[in-house]
Structures are given as C-alpha cells and as structure tokens.
Design a protein around this ligand. Structure first.
Ligand code: F6R
Ligand code: MG
Ligand code: MG
Length: 366
C-alpha cells in the first residue's frame, strides 16, 4: 500500500516570549484535527518542539497535496485565533501570507513529506528542531547515510552496500528549485564540499541505491529567503526511514551525540550547539540552545503507533550536559567571531541601519 507521511510545522504563538505553545493552543489544534479530518488523512499526531507546533499526517494523497496543505493551513489559522485570544507572543508568526495559495511551501510553515510503498514493518523517525535552520541536518544526514564510523551497516549489512544518493538544494536560488544529485560513496568529497556550507546547500532527500526507495526527506525552505527579512527562524523538520535497507534507528540517532554548532541561536543570529531533547521540550538559555527532538514510530496501513521518544534515555542526559557546556563556552565570547553569524546571515535589520549610519563617518587616510 502506498502511503504518504507529511510533517507540517509552524510557530503560531508561544508563552513567555518564544518558549513553547500554551496547553490551550495545543489542545485547540488537536481538537480541530480530530473534528475536521473527515477522511482526508488516515492518522495524525501533534507535538511541539520549542515554540513550534508540528503535525504528522499519514494519508494516501501523495506529496504536495493541496487538500492536506490547505487543511494544515486552516488548523494554523484557527490556532492563531486562539493564540491571539490568549495574547500569546508572536501569534501567527510563521503564516507569512494572508490567504492560502495551493501549497504551504513558501508560505512560512516548514514541510517534509515522502510517499512510499509501506513495508510490512515500517519504522521511521520524525525529527523537529527549533532555533536553527534546515542546514542543521546536513552533517547528521551525511554521517548517518555515508560514514561507516556512524553507520556500521554500510560495512556490515548487504542491504546498504551500494550506498545512498543525496539530492542537495542550493537554497540561495529563490526563483525555483535548484538541485543536484550526488552518489555516495563515489562522490563523497563533492557531497562534503557542498554540505560544509549549511546556509547555502541543504539536503532535500536521500535515496537507497540498493532499492531505489526514498530514505529521508528534510525541509529546505528558508523563511528569510521567502520574506526577504527576519520573520522567525526556519526551525526544520525531517523524516528518516529506518532498518533493513536503511540505517538502524540507533545509527540514525548516533550523529546527534556531537551537538554540532548550528545557526539560529538567539535572534536567529548566533551559532549554538544542537541539543537532542525529549518530546515537547521548551527552549530557555539565550532563547535556546538550538534543540532537536526525535520520535520513533511505526506505520501500518497508514495507522501510526504511539511515538517512542528517542532522546528520552539516560545516554542523552550525558549528551545534554556536554551540549550545555559547549553552549556556555561559545557564549562566553558574546558577539565575537564564530559566536555570532556573519553579516549576511544576521536576521535583524537593525544592524544594517547601524552600518549605513557608520559608513559615511569612515575617513580614508591620505
Ligand atoms: C524566535 C527566536 C528568538 C527571538 C528573540 C527576539 O524564534 O529565535 O530568539 O528572535 O526572542 O524576539 P522579538 O524580535 O520577537 O522580540
Ligand atoms: Mg519563534
Ligand atoms: Mg521556532
């Protein structure tokens, strides 16, 4: 049976600044999903990561389906009304357009979708990150699909011997989707050369070269490219299929023990280490640190199991301590050097005005 998994996520308002959505807001979107489904999707799931609410739909309508996207948009609009009523901060923040135009991509919400022939056992991992951008998944995807130091199955399993194909997008190109397909292991160095630059090149999808099946799909939209100014961070989502011809779930999770530095900490303008957190976690220190949650599901005939909260394990407490240390160490140098993003990536226009004011005051010495 062909099934589509769609994650659609947005920040439509939160408590105490950008910390997390209110219980009432979450309840209102859950009630809306249950009441208004009317057979559009087989199953759904709602959670939040930091200030973002994510929906997971399993359905039979394929990717980019206007009915599913319109439904998600309507839920966000209805939720925004509740957020406004409660006076939540940033109510409707990620809904960048006034009316729906066929697909939520390019309208603010983050999207990751894949359609595939369901296996008899279909385990997958749902990722949602806050205070960071889509390039945050570049390194983990590279390591889980192309590096035998993280994915032992590349050496040990006959099902992954041919490696994986990476589809990578140049997200600076806003007139359309500009993508390149590269095969691992033959083109590993080319893949690395692109994925080095998290703000420019982003993994869109990964495919098994043994079976031709889709293995992973990540969100590639960048809000500041859509709106041309700061409107909130991109806070990306990702789906990864696991086991068999794909990495084992533990191999999918393994690269997140690095807590690698990513863009998006405070005001979307600083680097910070990506902390693996439990489901429905908030953010805190310096509006962060950047966080990612991972939920393991199985889907059968489109029905979703309950999630297994993959980062809710004593091992990850140790990693969270390490990541807290990394965050503190980088924050000690405030605005200096790698702590803050380069000028082109700063999300707030204030500094542009400041630089314009300062420029004429410079004198070139004779
Ligand atoms: C929002 C975020 C925050 C805000 C910061 C300032 O997701 O990352 O760090 O950028 O709290 O918010 P404003 O500009 O809304 O006062
Ligand atoms: Mg926000
Ligand atoms: Mg957010």
């Amino acid at each position: 049976m062909k099934i589509t998994l769609s994650i659609i996520k947005a920040d439509i308002g939160s408590l105490g600044g950008h910390i997390k959505p209110s219980a009432r807001l979450l309840k209102s979107v859950e009630d809306y999903l249950a009441k208004e489904n009317k057979g559009l999707f087989v199953d759904s799931f709602v959670c939040h990561t930091g200030d973002d609410i994510a929906f997971l739909f399993s359905h039979k309508n394929g990717v980019g389906n206007d009915k599913i996207h319109k439904f998600a948009w309507d839920v966000f609009v209805a939720g925004t009304a509740v957020a406004k009523e409660q006076g939540l901060y940033g109510a409707g923040q990620d809904l960048l357009k006034d009316s729906f135009s066929g697909n939520v991509k390019g309208m603010g919400p983050a999207v990751a979708e894949m359609e595939f022939e369901e296996r008899p056992n279909e385990p997958f991992v749902f990722f949602a990150a806050d205070k960071t951008d889509p390039g945050a998944y570049n390194l983990p995807l590279y390591l889980m699909f192309a590096d035998p130091m993280y994915n032992s199955g590349l050496m040990l399993s006959p099902n992954m011997a041919k490696g994986f194909k990476f589809v990578i997008m140049d997200v600076a190109h806003t007139e359309g989707d500009k993508v390149i397909e590269l095969n691992s292991p033959e083109e590993l160095y080319d893949i690395a050369a692109l994925l080095r630059d998290n703000e420019r090149y982003v993994v869109e999808s990964v495919w098994s070269r043994e079976t031709g099946d889709i293995a992973a799909v990540a969100c590639t939209s960048r809000l500041h490219n859509i709106a041309g100014k700061y409107t909130g961070k991109d806070d990306p989502v990702m789906l990864v299929r696991a086991q068999g011809p794909f990495p084992a779930t533990g191999e999918v999770l393994a690269p997140f023990n690095i807590g690698h530095y990513v863009a998006g900490f405070m005001r979307g303008s600083h680097n910070g280490p990506l902390m693996p957190v439990k489901m429905n976690s908030s953010v805190s220190y310096f509006d962060g640190p950047p966080v990612v949650s991972a939920l393991g599901f199985c889907v059968h005939n489109g029905k979703l199991t309950e999630p297994a909260d993959a980062f809710d394990h004593p091992y990850w407490d140790y990693i969270r301590t390490k990541v807290s240390r990394k965050a503190t160490e980088l924050r000690e140098q405030g605005f200096s050097g790698p702590a803050m993003l380069p000028y082109s990536e700063l999300e707030y226009g204030g500094i542009v005005k400041k630089m314009e004011k300062l420029e004429p005051k410079f004198k070139v010495r004779k």
